[in-house]
Design a protein around this ligand. Structure first.
Ligand SMILES: [Zn+2]
Length: 92
């Protein structure tokens, strides 16, 4: 077990082809969803972060099922992050 806390990567999630999702305290926020001062809106939608809150993300999107959309989404996020954040360690 490592105690070193790494910042979760930002990645495309909310439909953009650039990183539009950022993790705050284990949940994803839409970076495009903010006011003029850059304050992010809390939309009330609680999407668990697939990195630091992976267990909940998997539960929410049924990722343990290989045929689920959640699993496909998860794998596409992971491959995007691996490509763009080569130094980021993804825990299994
Ligand atoms: Zn996170």
């Amino acid at each position: 077990m490592t105690t070193k806390k790494q910042q979760c990567p930002e990645f495309p999630y909310f439909g953009a082809n650039y990183p539009d999702a950022c993790c705050i305290d284990g949940y994803l926020y839409d970076l495009d969803d903010c006011d003029d001062n850059g304050n992010l809106y809390d939309t009330g939608e609680r999407i668990p972060c697939p990195f630091c809150n992976k267990e909940e993300f998997f539960k929410e999107f049924d990722c343990d099922n290989d045929d689920s959309v959640g699993k496909i989404v998860y794998e596409s996020i992971v491959s995007w992050v691996k490509k763009h954040y080569p130094d980021y360690v993804i825990e299994d």
